[in-house]
Structures are given as structure tokens and as C-alpha cells.
Design a protein around this ligand. Structure first.
Ligand SMILES: NC(=O)c1ccc[n+]([C@@H]2O[C@H](COP(=O)([O-])OP(=O)(O)OC[C@H]3O[C@@H](n4cnc5c(N)ncnc54)[C@H](O)[C@@H]3O)[C@@H](O)[C@H]2O)c1
Length: 263
């Protein structure tokens, strides 16, 4: 029998660690029950043990790029909570390689996780949101979806597509009471960033970003939480860069910035 949670429910994909886990903790701290979906069972089990909240946390092993796994996960959320109020499409993978060295398998891996995953999870969660009073979807893209760069043929393209998917969803789902927005984080210190950012890249980011630092997972989580809250009740179809000013810099030559600081 489907129970109906008296608390609102947030679903976070890629929630076992990093930005997704920080988002999950934000929702827990703000009175929600959460469902964390992740492909990495080992990390997910550790997270489940660390959170140690049987009623408020549901951890589900799920590859978001596989329709049948997504449907099965949403069926379990329905069985436990009977509602979904917020969905954060955060699961993502990064492959940073030149165009000529990016294999078709790598291209498909990145596109299927970052783009197909968001399409599938949204499609599966929307009916449950509509059984209630609607809800909010937040997709996690990247500044790589706003600004092109080398080595990001698959990653940057997937995130740019995710931004357009967000607008498509916002236009169509807004009229039935579901707001959809997208966050474009700048560099955030997580395992993913450690994997693809060398020491030299880190130093370049410090030089280029007006706030001179990486963001934290909590800084992304707070914005995701805000977008799902009543405080954002008229925000729909927007791209919000949470990037320390990186997107605003344009030709942000470090030398020019140093000169400006010296003046
Ligand atoms: N860290 C950054 O600098 C940064 C910057 C911009 C955007 N982002 C985006 O933020 C999101 C989270 O990144 P993070 O840094 O926390 O990365 P992370 O690698 O630490 O966490 C990503 C999580 O997604 C899970 N995942 C991967 N593929 C999956 C799949 N097919 N199905 C279900 N789960 C899957 C992983 O197991 C992992 O737990 C990603 O979408 C990423 O592209 C990160």
C-alpha cells in the first residue's frame, strides 16, 4: 500500500557524494525526506550508513541512463513516500579529451548520463509531482555549457543541451505547476574536479575567477534549495551560474585583472 509522506520529498540523482550529497543534506535540514539515486552502490551504502535516517532517507541503486532502472527507482519512491515535490538532476560524468581522441563510447557515456538521464528521470518523476501540487525540477549543468573550451566536446555539449532541455521543460511543465531551472556551477572541489583538474588548471581557475577560488558543494546546494523553495515561486526556465563571476568575465585576462587590483 502506498503511504503518503507528510513531509515533502526531494529526489536527488548522483546523490551518493559530492554536490548531490550536499543537496540531499540541504533538503534534510529543511524538513524534506530524500531519495538518493546513484550508480555507485558502494559509496551509496556508505552514505546511507553515515546519514542513518531510515524514515527520511531512501537510497536506490540506479543508472539514470537506463529507462527501466529509472522507472523501478521511481516506483520504489512512490511505494515509500507516495509523492515527489522536488527533483534535482545532478548525476553527471566528465571526460575531458581532444575531439580526435574522444571515442564514440565516451561520447555516448557522457551524453547518456548527463542528458538522457535528466530526460528520463524528469519524465518518470513528473506524474508523481502532478499527483500532488506540482513541484520543482533543478538540473545541474556547468559553466562548460555556457562557455566553450578545449577538451570538453562531449561534456560541454551535454551541458549546453541540458540548458536547452531545461527551457523546453520549463515552457511545457510550467503550465501544469512544475517549475524547471538549471544551475551552471563553476569549479567545485569534488572527486569529479580532482579527476579532471590538474594543479595547473586549478591555479588558472584561481587567476580567472573574480572570487579567486573554487565554490563549495554547500554553495551549490543552497541555490538548488532556493530554486525549489517558495521564495523562488515565480522563477522558471532560468539558467543560474553559481561560479564566482567566471561567466561574467568575458575576456578575463589575468594581467588586466592584476592591473585593476593594483590601481
Ligand atoms: N565539481 C565541479 O567542478 C562541477 C562543475 C560544474 C558542474 N558540475 C556538475 O555537478 C554534478 C555533480 O558533480 P560532482 O562534482 O559532485 O561529481 P561526483 O563525481 O563527485 O558525483 C557525481 C555522482 O553521480 C553519480 N553518477 C554518475 N553516473 C551516474 C549514473 N549513470 N546514474 C546515477 N548516478 C550516476 C556518481 O556515482 C557520483 O556519485 C555533475 O552533473 C557535474 O557535471 C560539477
Amino acid at each position: 500500500m502506498t503511504t503518503h509522506s507528510s513531509k515533502p520529498v526531494a529526489v536527488i540523482t548522483g546523490g551518493a557524494r559530492g554536490i548531490g550529497l550536499a543537496i540531499g543534506k540541504w533538503f534534510l535540514a529543511n524538513g524534506y525526506c530524500i531519495a538518493l539515486l546513484d550508480i555507485d552502490q558502494q559509496t551509496l551504502s556508505k552514505t546511507e550508513a553515515a546519514l542513518a535516517l531510515k524514515e527520511e532517507v531512501l537510497c536506490l541503486h540506479c543508472d539514470v541512463s537506463k529507462p527501466e532502472q529509472v522507472d523501478a527507482a521511481v516506483a520504489q519512491i512512490d511505494a515509500k513516500y507516495g509523492r515527489i515535490d522536488a527533483l534535482i538532476n545532478n548525476a553527471g560524468v566528465a571526460v575531458f579529451k581532444p575531439i580526435g581522441q574522444t571515442t564514440f563510447a565516451e561520447w555516448r557515456h557522457v551524453l547518456s548520463t548527463n542528458l538522457d538521464g535528466t530526460f528520463l528521470c524528469s519524465q518518470a518523476c513528473v506524474p508523481l509531482m502532478l499527483k500532488g501540487k506540482g513541484g520543482s525540477i533543478v538540473n545541474i549543468a556547468s559553466i562548460s555549457g555556457l562557455r566553450a573550451s578545449t577538451l570538453r566536446v562531449a561534456y560541454g555539449t551535454s551541458k549546453a543541451a541540458l540548458i536547452q532541455l531545461t527551457k523546453q521543460q520549463a515552457v511545457e511543465l510550467g503550465s501544469v505547476g512544475i517549475r524547471v531551472n538549471v544551475i551552471a556551477p563553476g569549479p567545485v572541489d569534488t572527486d569529479m574536479a580532482k579527476l579532471v583538474h590538474s594543479v595547473a588548471i586549478r591555479s588558472d581557475y584561481y587567476d580567472t575567477i573574480p572570487l579567486n577560488r573554487y565554490g563549495t558543494t554547500e554553495e551549490i546546494a543552497q541555490v538548488a534549495g532556493f530554486l525549489c523553495s517558495a521564495a523562488a515561486s515565480y522563477v522558471n526556465g532560468q539558467v543560474l551560474a553559481v561560479d564566482g563571476g567566471f561567466e561574467a568575465t568575458g575576456v578575463g585576462l589575468p594581467t588586466l585583472r592584476r592591473d585593476a587590483n593594483a590601481a
